[in-house]
Design a protein around this ligand. Sequence first.
Ligand code: SF4
Length: 371
Amino acid sequence: MTRTSAHLTRPTTDAATTDTVSDPHFDASTTAEHNAAPHKTATAANRSLAGGYTAWANRVRELAEQRNAVILAHNYQIPEIQDVAHHTGDSLALSRQAAETDADIIVFCGVHFMAESAKILSPNKKVLIPDARAGCSLADSITAKQLREWKAEHPDALVVSYVNTTADVKALTDVCCTSSNAVDVVNSLPADQEILFCPDQFLGAYVKRETGRENMHIWAGECHVHAGISAEQLTQQTQDNPSADLYIHPECGCANSALYLANEGLVPQERVHMLSTGQMITQAQKQPHNKVLVATETGMLHQLHQAAPDIDFQAVNDRAECKYMKMITPEALVRCLETETDEVTVDTNIADAARKSLEAMISIGNPGGAE
Ligand code: SF4
């Protein structure tokens, strides 16, 4: 059976996945470094910390130093975790940055596939995640078994996988892509080459439209958080805020709508930005207008406010929160550092094959920014 957008595949588990590589194209600006002492933030989680934020943050940094650990925080983590981390950013940039450090331990505050990616790119480092139950509905949209069956239906096709996939799926992939380089990756393949694109249907639809390819099959996976940011919400918000710019993550259910609004002239073309999370930070630093509607997980707003404090960033859907990302609590981070659990491992053969698909992406020339 050919699975296209007409065959929506729902996530079946709460589990998730990960990667590393050094290359001259790496743009360190996609991560925010926090070399100074962690600073205090004022959120509900902060106020509930026993002993206060500063005592907790000092304990985290003390343990990290004792273990020679580098703490990475994805942009969707709660502010306390983002602030205490050594590096904050998108998943692939963080993994690549961690690979270049001399840390013995990588603590990945994100979801499981991201920690897996860190392990793939740093096979000799110990990789920990504060809660191994932190999965991803998008990564779980396609299993290795399903991908094998899909490939069998299209034996001449090449597989292009978004980095939000498990190590098992990456190992069956010819070339990975990120939300910011997916169009370049597909365009780098011969025009007559059949392509299987997985797992995100919204990113796939965007790439297919941008490249104009007819020979590209799209898996019908989705992230439940991004899919829940709807066209109706975006349309309403743009009507309420007619002078705002739009930052849209291509995984969102409203991505097509954003392009429609631009194409129809309902929002000026130059105000509609399709961006990975890392690119959102870069765009915020040069943001010309004072109001921005942001379509992605709400944790992103913390980094955006820090990058451009004078800009009014507003979520298109302020309930777009990833419960998996929020499983990484301040308490879990301390436990992780104290006990060196939960460790994330990837079979050596799987890791080697998965690494090739990531390196194939990087060799195209634009490593891009992931979720
Ligand atoms: S926001 Fe969606 S794609 Fe990102 S980690 Fe959560 S479930 Fe996965």
